[in-house]
Write a protein that binds this ligand. Structure first.
Ligand code: KIV
Length: 263
């Protein structure tokens, strides 16, 4: 089966069709999720919390990300693979290019980095060199110490305005996808409408072009799941069925519901 491409995801947005993204960190889950129809797999630096047991994503290294990207790439069937550049891994343009190239060599089809306008030069540099970029705005977990916790972003008008401006700047610099995390539903819909590139929401309401969840959260393995998570193992007869149910619920718009959404 051919790998899903970024132009295909753009065509889905243009046609008003949703798509689903899920984190994956190893070959087996990558295969299961890809076979269940998940359009894109994200090797998130959430692996620092989910796999490594840290209380933030900050300890994750480029070596960790390259290792897990390679394992996901070996299990993947046909999904687009996006890999996170970890904390401290894109501080200068040279470092950004070197680390992004490492993740692409490990099997990524695109890299994701957290931030807005300040990243424009790096995003342009990567894009011009054939490395597709996924931006990440709203609650950017690598900035947890700046935010003072994992808090909803964009509730104040000034914060919301900044997120919209950053989203436009990231798109103008060449980003081809954008993750938007933990913002009020109205802002999620507003950012998605303002951009041509697909916006992948997590806790950003039903109005985004796609959804992403952390695999272990949607399998019910998190004892304190965030509000935006639904446990898809409930009512499923196995992990493949749970992931297929997540995929179907995103595509038919039944996930996220009001109970998973911030106002
Ligand atoms: O690291 C990660 O898993 C992520 C998602 C939460 C979007 O960035």
């Amino acid at each position: 089966m051919p790998t899903i491409t970024i132009p295909q995801l753009h065509a889905k947005k243009a046609a008003g069709e949703k798509f689903a993204v899920l984190t994956a960190y190893d070959a087996t889950f990558a295969r299961v999720a890809s076979e269940a129809g998940i359009e894109a797999l994200l090797i998130g630096d959430s692996l620092g919390m989910v796999l490594q047991g840290h209380n933030s994503t900050l300890p994750v290294t480029v070596t960790d990300m390259a290792y897990h990207t390679a394992t996901v790439s070996r299990g993947n069937v046909s999904s687009l693979i996006i890999a996170d550049l970890p904390f401290g891994g894109y501080s200068t343009t040279t470092q950004t290019l070197d680390n992004a190239a490492t993740l692409m060599r490990a099997g990524a089809h695109a890299v994701k980095l957290e931030g807005g306008l300040w990243l424009a030069e790096s995003i342009r540099l990567l894009t011009e060199r054939g490395i597709p970029v996924c931006g990440h705005l709203g609650l950017t977990p690598q900035s947890v110490n700046t935010f003072g916790g994992y808090k909803v972003q964009g509730r104040q008008p000034e914060q919301a305005r900044r997120i919209i401006e950053d989203a436009k700047a990231v798109e103008a610099a060449g980003a081809t996808l954008l993750v938007l995390e933990c913002v009020p539903r109205a802002l999620g819909a507003q950012v998605s409408a303002a951009l041509k590139i697909p916006v992948i929401g997590i806790g950003a309401g039903p109005g985004t072009d796609a959804q992403v969840l952390v695999l272990h959260d949607m399998l019910g393995l998190n004892s304190r799941p965030p509000k935006f998570v639904r446990n898809f193992m409930q009512g499923a007869d196995g992990i493949s069925a749970a992931i297929a149910a997540y995929h179907a619920a995103v595509l038919n718009g039944s996930f996220p519901g009001a109970e998973h959404t911030f106002e």
